[in-house]
Write a new protein. Structure first.
Length: 121
């Protein structure tokens, strides 16, 4: 499988897929219209990629870029992350994105508690 990324990046993805037990025949791939920013191009072409890992039933949809080949690469990377999260023994390990999301939620809750309510005035 060729992706429009550097050779070492593609090799790293291939190794990661092998490490988490992800094989190409186990992946069901479909393409849809992505929508969102990108204008007429994304509305007319099927650039979004949806991957389904048949043995586990895990589904991932990626429409990050306007290029289908890049979305295929990113979707496979997301699928590896999902499977690694499923297979990990400790559920406490969070990805950097999840850590950032939790931090922002905590900050919002703190602000909510500190700020005076508008209904009291």
């Amino acid at each position: 499988m060729k992706f429009p990324v550097r050779q070492d990046t593609a090799e790293a993805l291939k190794e990661r897929m092998q490490k988490c037990g992800l094989k190409e025949p186990d992946i069901e791939e479909s393409f849809t219209h992505s929508g969102g920013p990108g204008g007429q191009k994304v509305n007319k072409t099927a650039t979004a990629v949806q991957l389904r890992h048949i043995p586990t039933g895990v589904t991932v949809k990626c429409s990050r870029t306007r290029r289908q080949a890049m979305n295929r690469f990113f979707a496979r990377r997301q699928l590896c992350e999902q499977l690694e999260r499923l297979n990990s023994d400790t559920t406490q390990e969070l990805t950097p994105a999840e850590k950032r999301t939790r931090k922002i939620r905590k900050q919002k809750q703190r602000r909510k508690r500190r700020s005076p309510s508008k209904e009291q005035s």
